[in-house]
Unconditional design. Sequence first.
Length: 139
Amino acid sequence: MDLYHGPFSPREIGEKVLALLTRSGRDTPDAFREWVEAEAGYRVAEFPEDTSRWVLRTGNEGGRFVHLHPARWGPFTVRVRANVLTTAVLALAFARVHGGDPLDRKVVNAVRRDYLGLAPIRKSPPVDAGIGSVIELMR
């Protein structure tokens, strides 16, 4: 999956997208759907403030008609495997509750074993790759 780590909160991102759609007259389900379907089922919006790019698709969950996610390989976007992300989040939470360093192999292996049912890692995670880089990013 693609993980955005830029300056904007989820609320700010949503507000920016809604403002863009309102300014362009695409803030109704029909107008949005027509606009998106005219370009192979998705559109890409860029925020000039941080140059991040966002993919907009038609959604239909709970009365919401816009599905939004960070664009692949965009600024402030990293590609992360699901097990790496969940391990990093749980290692950070575990260390905050129980103490310790989330980059410690014992902490990482405890959450992988006890909460995720995943195999242990053999070496402490480096801060420039994999689980270690995601932990550093989220600190």
